[in-house]
Design a protein around this ligand. Structure first.
Ligand code: HEM
Length: 179
């Protein structure tokens, strides 16, 4: 997992819960990196999982809710760092339908070691999209947060239903309807 995902996560934790919380969740984890991340580095996903689990037990907020809020923050990081992706699109459905064959394809060119999910397009109309998310990291709520913000970016909203295909969340159907 790319370092920027860790650095932005710990920044948000500091912002919302304070520096002590950052220290606590790092101390409680067994981190090969020691908790010192750089945005250009690459770290084991298990480190993110430990940080999330510890934050969840300290705050009582579920990992899915933490990932949702984190994704909404991460979206603005993407907007700032990769403005060209956003200029390419005029419509949220069009943008989301292009994650797999454009956006993340470009991401892999920039970061060959990025660990990305796959989004399989099942059905698409002008105002709706059905996609199947697959990833061993089960970060579907991170995807949900990014999707919510994609609609907001284009000054609209959507209702998004998640249906777990696999109980562990490694395969999830997203049913997206623009409002
Ligand atoms: C992960 C880039 C848009 C879904 C990531 C990562 C990067 C990235 C760098 C981390 C990879 C790693 O840590 O190894 C981008 C860029 C985007 C974009 C530059 C647009 C400008 C989106 C959108 C979605 C999405 C709109 C909507 C669903 C995800 C998910 C992950 C991810 C779910 C977590 C990894 C996983 O589930 O396996 N993306 N992304 N991305 N991205 Fe994107």
């Amino acid at each position: 997992m790319k370092g920027i995902v860790f650095t932005e996560f710990l920044d948000l934790v500091e912002d919302k819960f304070g520096l002590e919380m950052v220290d606590k969740i790092i101390e409680q984890s067994e981190l090969e990196s020691g908790g010192a991340y750089t945005s250009v580095g690459t770290y084991d996903f298990s480190e993110m999982l430990q940080l999330l689990k510890n934050l969840s037990s300290y705050t009582g907020i579920s990992i899915d809710d933490l990932l949702l809020v984190y994704a909404e923050h991460f979206f603005s990081v993407l907007e700032e760092n990769y403005p060209s992706f956003f200029k390419t699109y005029t419509d949220p459905i069009e943008m989301l339908a292009s994650i797999e064959n454009h956006i993340h394809v470009e991401v892999i060119k920039i970061y060959p070691d990025a660990e990305l999910p796959t989004f399989e397009l099942v059905e698409r109309t002008d105002n709706s999209l059905i996609m199947i998310y697959k990833s061993s990291r089960a970060m579907h709520h991170f995807g949900l947060g990014l999707m919510n913000k994609t609609f907001e970016h284009f000054n609209t909203t959507a209702s998004i239903i998640l249906e777990k295909i696999k109980e562990d969340g490694t395969e999830v159907k997203f049913i997206i309807n623009k409002n």
